[in-house]
Write a protein that binds this ligand. Sequence first.
Ligand SMILES: Nc1nc2c(c(=O)[nH]1)N[C@H]1C(S)=C(S)[C@@H](COP(=O)(O)OP(=O)(O)OC[C@H]3O[C@@H](n4cnc5c(=O)[nH]c(N)nc54)[C@H](O)[C@@H]3O)O[C@H]1N2
Ligand SMILES: Nc1nc2c(c(=O)[nH]1)N[C@H]1C(S)=C(S)[C@@H](COP(=O)(O)OP(=O)(O)OC[C@H]3O[C@@H](n4cnc5c(=O)[nH]c(N)nc54)[C@H](O)[C@@H]3O)O[C@H]1N2
Ligand SMILES: [Mo]
Length: 770
Amino acid sequence: MSKELEEPAALNPEKLQDIELEEPKKWAAGIPAITASFADILQETGATRGMGALLKMNQKGGFDCSSCAWPDPDDDRSPIAEYCENGAKALAEEATLKKLTPEFFAENSVADLAALTDMEIGKKGRIAQPVYLPKGATHYQPISWDDAFKKIATHLNGLNSPNEAVFYTSGRTSNEASFLYQLFVREFGTNNMPDCSNMCHESTSVALADTIGIGKGTVTLDDIHNAEVIIIMGQNPGTNHPRMLTALRKAKENNAKIIAVNPLKEAGLMAFKDPQTVRGFIGTSVQIADVYLQVKINGDMALLKALELLLYQAELKAPGAVFDKKFIDENTSGYEDLITHIKTFNLNELSVACGVPTGLLQQAADILAAKSKIVICWAMGITQHVNGVAVVNEIVNLALLKGAIGKPGAGLCPVRGHSNVQGNRTMLIWDKAKPEQLAKIKEVYGFDPPEEEGVDVVKSIKAMHEGKLKVFFAMGGNFLSATPDTNYTAEAMRKLKLSVHVSTKLNRSHLVHGEEALILPALARSDKDMINGIQQIVSCENSMGVVQESKGMLQPISDQMMSEPLIVCNLAKATLGAKSMVPWDKYAGHYDNIRDDIEKVVPGHEEYNKEIRKKGGFYIPNGPRAGKFNSKKVPGKAVFSISPLPVHDIKDGEYFLTTIRSHDQFNTTVYGLHDRYRGINNERRVVLMNEKDIALAGLKAGDRVNISSHYDGVKREAKLFVIVRYDIPDRNVAVYYPEGNILVPLDHVAEKSNCPATKMVFVRINKHKP
Ligand SMILES: Nc1nc2c(c(=O)[nH]1)N[C@H]1C(S)=C(S)[C@@H](COP(=O)(O)OP(=O)(O)OC[C@H]3O[C@@H](n4cnc5c(=O)[nH]c(N)nc54)[C@H](O)[C@@H]3O)O[C@H]1N2
Ligand SMILES: Nc1nc2c(c(=O)[nH]1)N[C@H]1C(S)=C(S)[C@@H](COP(=O)(O)OP(=O)(O)OC[C@H]3O[C@@H](n4cnc5c(=O)[nH]c(N)nc54)[C@H](O)[C@@H]3O)O[C@H]1N2
Ligand SMILES: [Mo]
């Protein structure tokens, strides 16, 4: 692996702003959230365009917010505001009237643009026509769509094998575009389809498929409203899924108890002022967490085992009152083994391992003991760990002991990230398709899809670096900044012959490119998509398996943008020509034709065109939700798993570092420099550290430091960060993503899911010397 790069990595420039700190907030939303929603919209889009669109967002018959995958209420939607502050920011970002003209690209070289921060790059405006960077050129230049498709086709058809190309997908791509994309990639001849799921909920998908038989969650929104207990682990809903707070408020009104598990005291987990209610608007907040377990980074396995041990002890005292023995007998396998395993632990040892006092663990266990309608929610704080799959398995153990899956008010709730990341997989964007899925494609289209497993995100970076991949095509996303080991990934991407990005906004991945590069401008979710005078709709699947239509309504700011389904059709025609067995022209003529065929290939989408037009969409069938389990190991049953406590080989002077999102970003898109709830303003290059650790290290809050990680003899360094004193467990520190990605070795991944373990890296912190 590289120690020094030959050319600058074109990463975030190491420069600091004037940081302003406040006390972290103890509640989320309220009036500041409304003011913040409108500010960005007005600035980027003007009142009529932006506010009009905001009213249509997440409404039945409107368009799906492109921010997170949190579901919309099945009925009873707020007539004016079924969105949140961060949805409004996402809309402002894509509905902006600013666009990148040919003059912009003529004036700004790739090197000039790379010297800007991520926020500065993103704020330049929408990509408004295809642009091309010839070999050796310093500036992108306009190119026609036809010529762009021809260039890609020439490269693809000139490869020694289809496996020398790789096709990435981010999670905003609609079901229609996703289905066509994987169809093209498979007809072209490869399964090289890494996607953002590989870095996100892959650990969840692997664990749930293994243990209950479906790689998705089991709850509906009503289950949350009706739960008696909700556990929220490794998730920051106040920032990343703000509309979840409304669901939690409703649950609290129904007397639910909430247990939060997080190393940070996140405002949105403490209390909520719902701006959509009179009470919240005038300023009264609803308490969210009844018990707050401030776990150490990666202490979740120990914490879950502690709860299981305490519940087991309660069950011994009152047999049949704590565990759901009937459910366990009928639906599960492996109960006895789990109990034997749990009995080997003692509470004190688990309490030390997770960093939570026994008294608080007991409080949480007492709440759980008496109840059975339990929902467990989790996100990246759980999945992005070396033992991420095992921790999700342990979550399943807890739910199974309580019989808390497959009945109203209970279940598993992995909270997805990107707005259609779940739909992408359902539409078969996957590097390892199942034989029955491939057989269906063959049956419907007549070509033989490849069977050989493709590359995921981590494998594709390695293969690029080894020179095995020549063409990189991205349907959305920001591959360079989202992936770990930024310098290494940058080197890998520079070895490509051609890099192509279908994008809405300029980002760093466009600036660290192959020998030749293309950027193709896509219509966004909110843009109106017209074909032959008929407005087209697309569809998306949310975190709870509801598929709904999405209909953009804004006039695109350039007639040179193309919808993603049409981009795929044109690409496929240019590349495969007459030998293709797929009716690309028919699909390009009307998206109903795409859905008619999705229905033949993907189970659960019967009468797709009709169902999609029903207000509120339809639920995809989900066995475990209906109490039918089918784990990989024991058909017809759910299984308990046995997993060890993690052992951490951390050296003296090292810290556990986690990477988190601020309140002003959507993944690699930086909306602003404030993290309002955490009280950190005007700076992102911060490292959160507790007072004791700061003193022990001989440092002071406000000091400038460099952070380094040392794995396998390689030192990776992130320079020039400011220390912020924060309430975080001992030896735990946090930085923002993507600034921290440079520290994460590519091989540092979750077992079984290969998800980069970006929530726990061992680092050293040293004074920055100018
Ligand atoms: N506004 C906005 N919305 C978003 C996104 C965005 O960037 N901005 N991103 C979208 C995407 S793709 C995703 S996947 C989701 C992400 O949503 P989240 O998963 O909520 O996002 P993160 O900020 O990565 O962090 C998760 C939380 O995990 C905690 N944490 C860190 N390490 C640990 C640990 O070891 N154990 C536990 N228990 N907790 C830990 C952190 O303190 C943080 O509160 O949000 C989606 N929605
Ligand atoms: N250290 C660390 N790394 C992480 C994470 C972490 O928590 N910590 N989280 C991981 C997770 S959960 C995820 S999901 C990944 C995210 O990885 P990605 O999905 O690759 O990243 P995004 O930042 O969401 O992509 C933003 C870009 O997508 C493009 N875009 C936006 N909307 C559209 C659209 O409608 N169509 C098209 N074609 N393009 C569009 C824009 O050009 C924008 O610049 O990052 C991962 N990386
Ligand atoms: Mo994600």
